[in-house]
Write a protein that binds this ligand. Sequence first.
Ligand code: ADP
Ligand code: MG
Length: 309
Amino acid sequence: VQEFDVIKKYLTFKSYDKNIILNTGDDAAVLTIPAKTQLVTSSDTFLENTHFLQGTPPADIAYKSFMVNLSDMAAMGAVPQWTMLNLTLPAKDDKWLCEFSNQLKEILTNYKISLIGGDTTQGPLSITITIYGFIKDNQFLTRAGAKTDDSIYISNSTGEAALGLLMLQDKYPKNDYFVQKLQRPQAQNKLGLLLKDYANSCIDISDGLICDLNHILLSSNKGAELNLKNLITTSSLNDYCSEDQTKNLILYGGDDYELLWTLSKEKEKKFLKKIKETTVSVQKIGIITDNIGIKENNKKIKIKGWSHF
Ligand code: ADP
Ligand code: MG
């Protein structure tokens, strides 16, 4: 019965969408998919001690668990629309719930996403978010479309969130900029929508630059030749880390939630012109090749990344 109080008090928000015929409060939600529209959906689970350290502020947990899902929508070129929240809590902690709820409200309001249901249970802290987005006319991005000689781009840079984690683990002196990169990543939804008209393939970088690039290469049956000089020399990590450590974090550090995509030579020029009209910073990191594997200066780059198993 307490569960209903929690849902009513902390997990009921405004609906933004006329496609919701039946919202939370019944046994299931009922939704209309508009004509010529496809539903894109994805789900991610957040566990204490696995995805976030014990004692992480509830607002940070709410923020990041949503951003990770929004990042998946960005990578597909989808517009996020609805969400479901499966919440397992050790106890009914009003302070925790209030902070979690306030942050949730802010994100749902900013993105105009409607919470259409979920489940609330008692147990070790766990948050599962399922997100639902729309695309039009089957115009979605995938990992599988990379072509030989495509240019490979990323948004911003990588490795900063991974350094933030090392700082939280007291392996480096703390600096708020990097901790914020870890706890408050910014999903690239506007970029994802723009990329739909240009990119041959796209992925969001969650498990590390090399690991996620490799997902594109495996899905597209291609290889890559990288030029990482600019990415490494301009990295903010250089102020804190040795050259080797910087490169290691850039290549293998996780939790960036930037996008990585490939562009044909023909689309590349048009894309670069278009991106100049925005505030998004992008960099070219290499090209797609027929030869399988990832190389830099003719040397093989080791493929590894974050893995749960
Ligand atoms: P049932 O027993 O039929 O599954 P619940 O008690 O689990 O019903 O949920 C009641 C209503 O509240 C449902 O509409 C469900 O989607 C919604 N709900 C439950 N937990 C959450 C949550 N964490 N976030 C959003 N909605 C929730
Ligand atoms: Mg239920």
